[in-house]
Design a protein around this ligand. Structure first.
Ligand code: SF4
Length: 507
């Protein structure tokens, strides 16, 4: 057949998978959804005639114009809805995910063909390194791993730290239950991450990069390894990159998947081959990081934002989102929601828009009750607070946090005490055990929650839950312990009646 079959990453609409994208020269690209193996012959036969099976067509896909940012549709298949008419896509703004599912992540030429590495070319050939840092600072980009620290400022601190041997590190140790944004970004567009790191390294004058990734992400590791080989072969990593005189390379370090290794100091220890346990800060990683060298640590999505900031400029970027919370954020929308999938929206978009407009509300028509944001460190937000803008500060104000981007939806059938128990069980089993409040406190919280869920709890248990949560938050050494009680505290605050119902009358 005169037909090319290529792998792509994920376009993010999990509910409609398996999805196949059909491209016929000169015509619009069309997504086919819920495709089965026995549809393959029909799809190919029609494609060879310049047609598509319209019964499987989901929507036409536009090109993302890399200069204007506009969406441009091709010709043909006008009876198929446009991408912008599909509710799941129409409220999204895809910047990081713009090419996910549409290019072959195993082919560097496809990335270059849609403008990839042009930002690196611009940075290394026409920008002063300090100007790059200034541009990232002006863009307002904040770390997407959860803390929201200004990325450009961290770069500047690393650059100014004493010493000539430094590291930049990509934190790809995504471990929140229900969160798979970084995995998708690496599997679907690995060169975007490498390009972001290359630009950052040049800006900071760092020559060694590491990607710390959990071994549970074998496809991401495979595609990153291939992407690194391709980038080296194209002179985009290694010596004298793009004839700029700048040397830089990236190695992959795999972790065994301990949740705590997402914490910066534990991550550094793990890279050094030690047990992944947090240590007291300061010194921060920017002063004393991997192997004692100043280290800039940013997560996958933070690095992925860098090429577009350099290509389109800080002003273009900072016009997206809200004041102090610029750009977009990728979320994995999961749980009891109709449209599960990978969602990218401007920061400041409300939970309501994400869950009802993009997610189409509760799965199977059930009433949504709450959403859990921020993974085990976050909290559960009731529907009455769904107008809360999703950004670093507003989520904190309602008792949760953005975290790295997991959004787990709960419906009318969800037992919120059980949810709190699930997350405490997770945090307790992932605790590294170094400090007593976290190691012992979480176990006791779990014991009490088990007691309440089994109908043997007492009213005193509620007070103990609150006091113990407060102690664990205030006295734990690292973020895992300091934030682990959040699911308990928010479910007590917003769904206290569900605890009350489980307490025996005589309790
Ligand atoms: Fe380890 Fe928990 Fe203490 Fe962090 S808070 S150092 S995970 S025991």
């Amino acid at each position: 057949y005169d037909i090319t079959l290529v792998k792509t990453g994920c376009i993010g609409f999990c509910k409609e998978e398996p999805i196949v994208s059909v491209t016929i020269p000169g015509k619009s690209q069309v997504l086919l959804h819920k495709v089965r193996p026995d549809d393959a012959e029909r799809i190919i036969a029609l494609a060879l005639k310049g047609e598509i099976p319209e019964d499987l067509a989901l929507c036409r896909i536009p090109d993302w114009d890399h200069i204007t940012g506009n969406l441009v549709y091709g010709d043909g298949f006008e009876s198929v809805p446009d991408y912008g008419e599909i509710r799941f896509f129409s409220h999204q703004k895809k910047v990081i995910l713009r090419d996910s599912g549409l290019i072959n992540p195993e082919d560097i030429d496809e990335y270059i063909g849609i403008g990839g590495y042009s930002a690196a070319f611009k940075a290394l050939n026409s920008m002063d390194p300090d100007t790059i840092i200034e541009e990232v600072k002006k863009s307002g980009l904040r770390g997407r791993g959860g803390a929201g620290f200004p990325a450009g400022l961290k770069w500047e601190i690393t650059k100014k730290a004493p010493g000539t041997e430094k590291f930049i590190v990509c934190n790809a140790d995504e471990g929140d239950p229900g969160a798979y944004m970084n995995r998708n970004e690496m599997e679907s567009d690995p060169h975007m991450l490498l390009e972001g790191m290359l630009i950052g390294a040049y800006g900071m004058d760092v020559h060694e990069g590491l990607i710390y990734i959990r071994a549970e992400y074998p496809l991401a590791i495979e595609r990153l390894t291939l992407a690194l080989d391709q980038a080296r072969a194209y002179g985009l990593l290694g010596k004298n990159i793009l004839n700029s005189g700048f040397d830089f390379d990236i190695q992959i370090a795999t972790g065994a998947g301990a949740f705590v290794c997402g914490e910066s100091t534990a991550l550094a220890a793990s890279i050094e081959g030690k047990t992944g346990r947090p240590r007291l800060r300061p010194p921060r990683l920017t002063e004393k990081g991997v192997f004692g060298r100043p280290t800039d640590l940013n997560n996958v999505e933070t690095w992925c934002n860098v090429p577009v900031i350099i290509t389109k400029g800080a002003t273009w970027y900072s016009d997206i989102g809200a004041k102090g919370n610029t750009g977009t954020k990728v979320f994995s929308l999961v749980g009891k929601v109709e449209n599960i999938g990978m969602v990218e929206v401007p920061l400041g978009t409300s939970l309501r828009t994400i869950i009802y407009d993009i997610g189409s509300g509760g799965a199977g028509g059930k009433e949504v009750k709450a959403v859990q944001t921020g993974g085990p460190s976050g909290g559960c937000i009731p529907v009455r607070l769904f107008d809360t803008p999703v950004d670093f500060e507003n989520l904190n104000m309602v008792g949760t946090m953005m975290g790295s981007g997991g959004l787990v939806v709960m419906d009318e059938d969800t037992n919120m005490v059980d949810i709190a128990r699930y997350f405490i069980n997770f945090a307790s089993s992932e605790s590294c055990g170094k400090c007593v409040p976290c190691r012992e406190g979480l176990k006791h919280l779990l014991l009490i929650l088990n007691r309440i869920v089994s109908g043997k709890g007492t009213r005193d248990d509620i007070e103990i839950l609150k006091e113990l949560s407060d102690t664990v938050q205030k006295t734990s050494l690292c973020g895992l312990g300091q934030t682990a009680p959040n699911p308990v505290l928010t479910t007590l605050q917003y769904f206290g009646e569900e605890y009350e119902k489980l307490i025996a009358p005589e309790g």
